[in-house]
Every structure is written in structure tokens, then in C-alpha cells.
Design a protein around this ligand. Structure first.
Ligand code: NAD
Ligand code: K
Ligand code: MN
Length: 357
């Protein structure tokens, strides 16, 4: 029997609430499959920072380096500036572990209503691929004359040909594996004339390796309009670190709620563990209330099982999720319902145990 070891990093706010729920669900699922799954929990994040002055231990990455995957909640604490929590934990794992492909599927699950009047199902079935290692989040930049009227500051969006080429190849390959074989390359090469122009050139070069993929380009601002007015023209999307960060929150909302949206931070070469997390953050406004929607984390667990090669288990978990979303009495407040995290978690576990396929 295969035995998986997963590092769980709940982090702060609702991140911790939903990851605990995800661990419970995965344990129930493993009971029905031909593998075992064990979790090592790492309580890193804001509270750790308050005690130790850093978000994770100095050898933190070494501690999780050998795990089969990482299940992550959220970095973000009300008492600590966001750039410290993000760079000290999430980016401190993603970037050194070279999880350069951030994959964000979006579709409208059964029972969930899109805020778009004309959309109810197959018109909105997307995968957004986010470049996850460089671009606007390279960490290159600086501030001089801080606080003075002459202060100046930069955040440099650094892109490398190698970095752009590998994410384009990943996105074309993913598009090729989907029935419609359709890829939209998001850009802003009208206003940003260096890195974004290279981005477009590399896209055209990589496209020649995938003659069966139909692809087009969209300027990021126009893309927001297309997502809301013509969602059926979109299938797979590739965009920069910042653009895809923004577009995928929009995509999640169009599919019903930020609370259901999943992410895989993949190191496709499997040199390092990949990391799976809901796309949302710590949600200070609802933390501690027990009403966070755990579906985004459960769906992220589906992506994790898929990555581990456990497709039947991934499919079983997805069926259980969809059985639960189909019942409006099991919707959390973000979906307009009254259910709690506990009730949704119990219902998904019940659906897993009742699944006969
Ligand atoms: P957020 O994603 O935490 O919340 C945005 C809104 O969506 C809030 O109204 C929240 O209540 C709602 N929401 C999010 N997830 C939900 C869920 N599962 N169920 C129900 N409602 C949900 O974004 P924010 O408020 O901008 O950020 C809060 C903190 O989280 C900040 O510190 C930010 O830096 C951090 N953050 C971290 C990550 C990450 O770790 N990957 C991602 C985004 C934000
Ligand atoms: K998250
Ligand atoms: Mn985001």
C-alpha cells in the first residue's frame, strides 16, 4: 500500500480553519482507497512570527522538503504587515521550491449560482495558469529617501526568457490536454514594451510546438470584460504573476465565490514538493466564526490527489464535493446560505463514505 506524507501548513485566520477541515476529509477518503495518508502539521505564520520574529524556522524548507506534497491555508495576520507575512511564508516556499506553475481551475459547481445572469454551467469552464516565480513578484526593487518628499520606490517586473518559455510550454500543454484545445495568452504589451513584448514573442515561438492548439492574445483589461460578457470564448488562460492573481479572483467570483476556488502551486519537474491551497486569504472579517467555506480547500485536495497520481480518489472527492454543493442547505454564507464549516465538512465526509462508484 502506498503511504503518503503530507506537510500541512494551516497558517492564519480562516486558512487554519479550512486546512483542518481538509485534513479530516482526506483522512476519511484514504480509508476508502488503496493508500494511507499521514500529516505533519507545521504551525508557522503570524503567531509563530510574534514569538520568533520570523514566519517559519530558518530550516523550515528543509523540514518539508521530503514530503510528498504541502497543503497550505493562508499567510496573513491582522497585526502584521501583509508583505511580511506573504514573503515570509507563502513566497518563501513557492519560489525556492520552484513551484512556477500556479494552476487555477474555475467552473460552476452544481447548485451554485453565478452572478452572471446568462451563465449557468458549461459556458464557464476555465483553467487559469499563473506564472508563479517571477514577473511583478520578483522581489526586485527598492526605496530611497524614505518618508521624504523626494522619496522614490520601484517594484521591478523581471521576466526571463527561460521563465516565460517554461510557463508558456506548460500552458500550451495543458490547453492541448483539454477537449477544446484553446489558449488565451494575456498580456499588456501595448503599454509595457519590454518584458511583455518578450512574453508575446515567446508565446508565438512556443505555439509552433503545439500546432493543434488554437490560441489568441488578450490585453488584460479587455480580458476582464471578455470574462464577464463572453465567458464561453475562454478555456485555458496563461497570464503573468500579477495579472493572473487578479483575474483568478474575478474568475472565482464569477463562478460563485472566492471560497470555492482551488490552486495548485506546481513544481512540474518534481524536484521539490508541490503546494495546494485555496486561492483565498485569511479573511479577517469572518475568522473565528466557523463559517469559512472549506470547498476551496477540498477542491485543492482534489488537485493534490491528481498530482500524486491518485485519480480515482480525486474523482471520488470531487463527486462528494459536488453532491454537497448541489444542496443549498449546505451552502455557507458566502454562497448565500447558513451552513457552517463543520456542517459542510461532515456532509462531504458522509458523501465520501456513501459513494459507491
Ligand atoms: P481574502 O481572500 O482573505 O478575503 C476576501 C473576501 O472573501 C473576504 O470578504 C472574505 O470573507 C471572503 N472569503 C475569502 N475566503 C472565503 C471562504 N473560504 N469562505 C467565505 N468567505 C471567504 O482576501 P483579503 O481580505 O484581501 O486578505 C486577508 C489577508 O489574507 C491579508 O493578510 C492578505 O495578504 C492575505 N492573503 C493571503 C493569501 C495566501 O496566503 N495565498 C491570498 C490572499 C490574501
Ligand atoms: K491561500
Ligand atoms: Mn490572490
Amino acid at each position: 500500500m502506498k503511504a503518503y506524507r503530507i506537510a500541512s501548513i494551516p497558517g492564519d485566520g480562516i486558512g487554519a480553519e479550512v486546512v483542518d477541515a481538509g485534513v479530516e476529509v482526506l483522512q476519511a477518503l484514504a480509508g476508502r482507497e488503496q493508500f494511507t495518508i499521514s500529516f505533519d502539521r507545521f504551525d508557522w505564520g503570524g503567531e509563530y512570527y510574534k514569538k520568533h520574529g520570523r514566519m517559519m524556522p530558518e530550516d523550515g524548507r528543509e523540514q518539508i522538503r521530503k514530503h510528498d506534497a504541502i497543503l497550505f491555508g493562508s499567510a496573513g495576520h491582522p497585526d502584521i504587515p501583509d508583505h511580511i507575512t506573504l514573503w515570509g511564508l507563502r513566497l518563501a516556499i513557492c519560489q525556492p521550491f520552484d513551484q512556477y506553475a500556479n494552476v487555477r481551475p474555475t467552473r460552476i459547481l452544481p447548485g451554485i449560482t453565478s452572478p452572471l445572469r446568462h451563465v449557468s454551467g458549461p459556458e464557464l469552464d476555465w483553467v487559469i495558469v499563473r506564472e508563479n516565480s517571477e514577473g511583478e513578484y520578483s522581489g526586485v526593487g527598492g526605496r530611497v529617501h524614505q518618508g521624504l518628499p523626494i522619496e522614490a520606490a520601484t517594484d521591478v517586473s523581471m521576466m526571463t526568457r527561460a521563465g516565460v518559455t517554461r510557463i508558456m510550454r506548460f500552458a500550451f500543454k495543458l490547453a492541448q490536454s483539454r477537449p477544446r484545445k484553446l489558449l488565451t495568452v494575456v498580456t499588456k504589451s501595448n503599454a509595457q514594451r519590454y518584458a511583455m513584448v518578450m512574453w508575446d514573442e515567446v508565446a508565438a515561438e512556443v505555439a509552433t510546438e503545439f500546432p493543434d492548439v488554437t490560441w489568441d492574445k488578450a490585453i488584460v483589461d479587455a480580458m476582464t470584460m471578455r470574462m464577464t460578457l463572453k465567458p464561453e470564448t475562454i478555456d485555458t488562460v496563461v497570464a503573468t504573476n500579477l495579472h493572473a492573481d487578479i483575474l483568478s479572483d474575478l474568475a472565482a467570483a464569477l463562478a460563485g465565490s472566492l471560497g470555492i476556488a482551488p490552486t495548485a502551486n506546481l513544481n512540474p519537474e518534481r524536484e521539490f514538493p508541490s503546494m495546494f491551497e485555496p486561492i483565498h486569504g485569511s479573511a479577517f472579517d469572518i475568522m473565528g466564526k466557523g463559517i469559512a467555506n472549506p470547498i476551496g480547500t477540498f477542491w485543492s485536495a482534489v488537485l493534490m490527489l491528481d498530482h500524486l497520481g491518485e485519480q480515482p480518489a480525486a474523482a471520488r472527492l470531487m463527486r462528494a464535493i459536488e453532491r454537497v454543493t448541489a444542496d443549498p442547505s449546505l451552502h455557507t454564507p458566502d454562497l448565500g446560505g447558513k451552513a457552517t464549516t463543520r456542517q459542510v465538512t461532515d456532509a462531504v465526509i458522509t458523501a465520501i463514505l456513501a459513494d459507491n462508484e
